[in-house]
Design a binder for this molecule. Structure first.
Ligand code: 1GP
Length: 236
């Protein structure tokens, strides 16, 4: 419960958290050491590892190299049930409540159990909501679900609350990696006001200004992937 407890106490103290997402599909093993130096110099508090389309078998290698060069908690952010590595510290156990594809509501979760049993990963049940972002993102394509309307703040907040009642410990508002438009700030504040659990926001956040505004709107943690991939010195 260490990772989750830390996220909760950060929320209580209004200490904002920043995760850098490394997609195993995109990072080269040989670049990870250097990436970790950049991450260490940045304000990042967590490293997320995962992606929608990754199905390689070098996840263990990648995570071991990260572990050797960073002290930050490594949290799996899996695109499917096979993206599990015992070398990470925790895993977001995602329920894609924005969609109605039962594979991403139950099938992957059930299939993950035998794999998780072989690890001591901290499992963090998370409501995962895909929000319309102006382009078809990989999450939409791979999950074969429609994102939620970006103007329907109330319904998104209602769905987030349902996830909380179901027992999920986090809500993750996702515009999708490389999103044209990030999750609207008004939606971030609407959802953050509706729930008690910590709120993660990611997808299409590309500027320091956007990070600041998204925190101000009520995000407890922001996830940044593409901008760091393109420019490792973004935070320096
Ligand atoms: C995390 O998918 C994101 O939720 C990462 O998005 O690559 O657009 O930063 P970016």
């Amino acid at each position: 419960t260490q990772i989750y407890q830390e996220i909760v106490s950060a929320k209580e103290q209004n200490r904002k958290l920043l995760a850098i997402l490394l997609d195993p599909e995109k990072v080269m093993l040989s670049d990870i050491k250097e990436l970790c130096f950049k991450i260490t110099e940045s304000p990042a508090t967590h490293i997320f590892v995962g992606g929608s389309t990754f199905n390689g078998n070098h996840l263990d290698d990648i995570i071991q190299v990260i572990k050797n060069h960073s002290n930050l908690p490594i949290v799996l952010f899996p695109g499917d049930y096979k993206q599990i590595s015992a070398f990470a510290d925790g895993i977001l156990f995602l329920s894609l409540l924005s969609g109605r594809n039962s594979d991403y509501l139950a099938e992957h979760q059930v299939n993950a159990v035998p794999l998780l049993k072989k690890t001591s990963l901290e499992v963090i049940p998370t409501t995962y909501l895909l929000i319309e972002s102006g382009i078809v993102t990989a999450v939409e394509r791979v999950s074969a679900t429609k994102p939620m309307n970006r103007n329907e703040y109330k319904y998104v907040a209602q769905t987030a609350k349902a996830g909380e009642y179901m027992g999920n410990k986090l809500v993750y508002l996702e515009a999708g990696s490389g999103a044209k438009n990030p999750v609207p700030l008004k939606m971030v504040s609407e959802v953050s006001n509706a729930i008690q659990v910590p709120l993660i926001v990611g997808g299409g956040i590309r500027t320091k200004e956007a990070i600041k505004k998204t925190f101000e709107a009520g995000a407890d943690m922001i996830v940044v992937g593409t901008v760091f991939e393109i420019n490792n010195s973004f935070f320096v």
